[in-house]
Design a protein around this ligand. Structure first.
Ligand SMILES: O=C(O)CCC(=O)C(=O)O
Ligand SMILES: [Fe+2]
Length: 335
């Protein structure tokens, strides 16, 4: 399936086979030490659901622009971000100050109007912006179903992450009981040559090189290529897309939890397919106020603690200001 990216089969673990969690944990640890990406198969998510969600992202972006801009992205980072609405600035990898050539709509956990966090205006705990049911029948229900399936898969993976860190199986359960998550539904038009420089091999980036912020990113396999990732040796490789597998990686939050012992591998998108490309990454993190710090098994004399305790809310506030035009106070230098 892939020579470079390890493939983890969840089926024996989900069937309750003795020793399966520990065996997968060892594979996961190797994946995050050597590559920073892995495929998961035997995950229990029906392919029909993935196919249906790709169809929904295509339907959404085919709406008239006015219907999309009516759902404009807000301070919770929920809603529609227009084409070239973000510039990757947060990390030292970025060679560009040029905005990314994609548009996207972001959804988070569906919260009721009377949820205490909504009432209190807690940042990143806002309400989703849905298109009119008449304009896009069935869209909301389909997206909620996909988010449930992704949250379920993320949750099923947590005991394996605990095994990879030599922690008890339930170590992450409480932290992720009310997990933060974001479904990003992106549209990348065919890449355009740019007149004034060698960025992206003379093309405009669909998404410039970046690391994710997440603990866990679940990326449904794409029939349209365009994603590449940077191996620890510095070489960029195109991500293969085996059918039925999810491509999984971790971001800055996983580094925080693991005291920088697990990789957050850079990746980028350039849509040279000649057609439209869509993607539906699902990002998962601990609850909004959960204290996030290096787990005890990742700190020792040889690996002194490298991060102060933070929370999703505090971390993301800083990140958003640096990268998303709608959240910016002033342009920030790369850090
Ligand atoms: O479009 C893709 O395949 C990946 C997107 C991605 O890396 C992101 O949204 O963070
Ligand atoms: Fe990413």
């Amino acid at each position: 399936m892939s020579d470079i990216i390890p493939v983890l089969d969840l089926a024996p673990f989900l069937a309750g086979r003795a020793g399966a969690r520990e065996a997968l944990g060892a594979e996961l640890r190797r994946a995050f030490t050597d590559v920073g990406f892995y495929f998961v198969v035997g995950h229990g998510v029906p392919q029909d659901l993935v196919d249906a969600t790709f169809e929904e992202v295509r339907r959404f972006h085919a709406l008239p622009l006015a219907a999309k801009t009516a759902l404009a992205i807000d301070r919770h980072n929920i809603g529609y971000m227009p084409m070239r609405g973000a510039t990757t600035r947060f990390n030292a990898l970025s060679t560009t100050q040029r905005p990314n050539a994609n548009e996207a709509i972001f959804f988070k956990r569906e919260l009721a109007a009377d949820h205490p966090d909504v009432v209190a205006g807690v940042r990143f705990r806002g309400r989703n912006h849905w298109p009119d049911e008449a304009a896009l029948p069935g869209f909301r229900a389909a997206i909620l179903t996909y988010c449930d399936a992704m949250e379920g898969l993320g949750r099923r993976l947590l005991p394996v992450y605990a095994a990879a860190m030599e922690l008890p199986a339930d170590w992450f359960d409480a932290a992720f009981a009310d997990a933060m998550f974001t479904l990003r539904m992106s549209h990348y038009p065919p890449s355009e040559p740019i007149p004034d420089g060698p960025i992206g091999d003379g093309q405009e980036w669909g998404l410039a090189p970046h690391t994710d912020t997440s603990f866990l990113t679940l990326l449904a396999q794409n029939r349209i290529p365009g994603l590449s990732l940077r191996l620890p040796g510095g070489e960029w490789v195109d991500a293969p897309a085996p059918p039925g597998a999810f491509l999984v990686n971790g971001g800055n939050m996983l580094r925080l939890w693991t005291n920088d012992r697990f990789l957050a591998t850079p990746h980028r998108v350039l849509n040279r397919s000649g057609g439209e490309r869509y993607a539906i990454p699902f990002f998962m993190d601990a609850a909004h106020d959960w204290p996030i710090e290096p787990v005890p098994t990742m700190v020792d004399d040889a690996h002194p603690r490298r991060h102060a305790t933070t929370t999703y809310g505090a971390f993301m506030e800083t990140y958003q200001k640096s990268n998303f035009h709608h959240a910016m106070e002033k342009p920030t230098a790369a850090v």
